[in-house]
Design a protein around this ligand. Sequence first.
Ligand code: SAM
Length: 287
Amino acid sequence: MERLVSPKTTKEIVNKYGFKFSKSLGQNFLIDENILYKIVDGAEVDKEDIVIEVGPGIGTLTQVLAERAKKVIAIEIDKTLLPILSETLGDQENVEVINEDVLKLDIHKLIEEKCEGKAVKVIANLPYYVTTPIIMKFLEERVPLKNMVVMIQKEVADRMQAEPKTKEYGSLSVAVQYYSEPQIITKVPRSVFIPQPKVESTVIRLRVLQEPRVQVKDEKILFSIVRAAFGKRRKTLLNALSNSPLQVDKEILKKVLENSGIEGNRRGETLTIEEFAKIADTFCESL
Ligand code: SAM
């Protein structure tokens, strides 16, 4: 099968099957070879790798992944793409297409059954409407991952990689950096997709850490504190935490911050993950 990654071949295959792009499923297909190879090279795919691709679309990225990897498991929600995928990937024996919503899949079971129980690489041009839930599912469920290389909305990638004291830094930055080391590979203009999305994109690599960046007594408490601190960005840390779903008396929170060595008049966006962890552990001790 000829390479799909061109406006001409993509339009031909879409027209042949009378395929209608679904905006609500985030269907923007890649038509630029340069970006395609930046994704695949960024993930350093080789013949040892088993790759999970989320949303193969018509199989543009899948074709190249199949050439480079040992095996590709492609999870596609839209069943109208299945006949197209069986044509475009027909001669690739190491590809398996699964017609499912990735958010509803038991990924651990999938890895046990189809990926020899080994750590996988997740590589995808993700649908914009569910980028964060998909990425967080893989990270929070502690799926055995070598790395993730995904194309996502530029603003979301910037937030994932953001450092403290920047306007992009927020609970998503802390959550992603807790589990991984994000690195932006390249920015991507709107013109490399059919149809063109309204937003610009970025290819980002998340190198998953062996252990979370900080060790805490209770992860749930850590993330409740992080969410509370960023929930009211303009308030001081003490005020943000005391007017939050944590529902803890202001005097107790004052003591927690004091015992953590963190001033209550700082704002959440100035705190490092290590500082959030310190507050979370001191908070646990005070319960
Ligand atoms: N990989 C193709 C490419 O690069 O041209 C298509 C990428 S397109 C941005 C996103 C793909 O994800 C679409 O094929 C869409 O149908 C699929 N998709 C959307 N939501 C999904 C979900 N929850 N689970 C699995 N696939 C999904």
